[in-house]
Design a protein around this ligand. Structure first.
Ligand code: NAD
Ligand code: MG
Length: 296
């Protein structure tokens, strides 16, 4: 069992002003101040995903970790994909999933590696005995103030992880996910309201939103629903690992209508809904979870 007392420093749903901090990319939840709230002690399941099998990329931390916990508490078996350097975060999350009594599989690797990303979906389906849900959630975000300092290498890496991998994973997923299954892509408010210091990242998110619609139209013909979630500012390791300028962290999310950043646990219910049979008429849609911001 996980020890609630060990996690008392996790943030709640109050307004936080994180101290200036920096980690090398990808950041670790275990090194964040404060740690993010993935719903470890609050998310209650209602069998909405009982018996389903899900692959979640970036499932070790942040939004992906909260989705993994919620899916497990809703009765789904889960395969977690993440970078090998994030194994410690993944093991912490996996313990919470195991406590929910579901199967948990670990499929670490780098989505920039072609052979890894081309085989990941099949590996997950083999490990879980089939696949019903793919959550395309892994992402890379590096803030760069000026286009003059934004290297082609960074642009390529951001597109590779954020959107090119989605093509490969979705192609494979449509071969193994049966009728009634679903794919959920993590886009962002940046797709609709881009920040100038996140030029490459925001462009990938615009692409993901567009890709979600054309993929949804194709997949619907085989009874697989494709949708997206567009989070606003959420407190995750992405932000203190150069996702934002360091000096912006204490005020992160304070410009939303709620005046605060969201926690991963506040985003995961949207994924549960989209993955569940209750969302049987949701196709090509985007659920916006952003604390109030101008949005389409
Ligand atoms: P996070 O750092 O917890 O998750 C991102 C994950 O992406 C990492 O844990 C890592 O496992 C994975 N990843 C990165 N590079 C990879 C690579 N080369 N190979 C394999 N995996 C790789 O941060 P998060 O904020 O939870 O991010 C999850 C998703 O949410 C991302 O797509 C991000 O763009 C999106 N998002 C985040 C916010 C926010 O404010 N945090 C807002 C909108 C959208
Ligand atoms: Mg991580």
């Amino acid at each position: 069992m996980t020890d609630p007392a060990a996690d008392t420093q996790r943030a709640g749903k109050e307004r936080i002003s994180p101290p200036e901090q920096r980690q090398p990319e990808p950041g670790l939840d275990s090194k964040m101040q404060p740690k993010a709230d993935h719903g470890e002690h609050s998310y209650k399941g209602h069998d909405r995903l009982k018996g389903k099998r899900a692959l979640i990329t970036g499932g070790d931390s942040g939004i992906g970790a909260a989705v993994a916990i919620a899916f497990a508490r809703e009765g789904a078996d889960v395969a977690l994909a993440y970078l090998p350097v994030e194994t410690s975060d993944a093991l912490t999350v996996a313990q919470v999933l195991e406590d929910a009594g579901v199967e948990v599989k670990h499929l670490p690797g780098d989505l920039r590696n072609r052979s890894y990303r081309d085989s990941l979906v099949d590996e997950a389906a083999t490990a879980l005995g089939g696949l019903d849900i793919l959550v395309n959630n892994a992402g890379k975000q590096i803030s760069v103030e000026s286009l003059q300092d934004l290297s082609d290498e960074q642009v390529e890496a951001t597109f590779d992880v954020n959107i090119f991998a989605m093509f490969a994973l979705s192609r494979a997923a449509l071969k193994v996910i049966g009728e009634g299954g679903s794919i959920i892509n993590t886009t962002s408010i940046q797709a609709f309201d881009p920040s100038d210091h996140l030029m490459d990242y925001a462009a990938t998110k615009g692409a993901i939103s567009n890709f979600t619609k054309s993929l949804a139209s194709q997949a619907a013909k085989q009874g697989v629903r494709v949708n997206a979630v567009a989070p606003g500012p959420i407190w995750t390791p992405l932000q203190p690992s150069d996702g934002q300028p360091i000096e912006a962290l204490p005020e992160f999310g304070h410009d939303t209508w709620l005046g605060r950043a969201g926690q991963p646990v506040e985003v995961s219910p949207a994924y549960v809904f989209l993955a569940s049979d209750e969302a049987s008429y949701m196709v090509g849609s985007t659920v916006h979870v952003n604390g109030g911001k101008n949005q389409p």
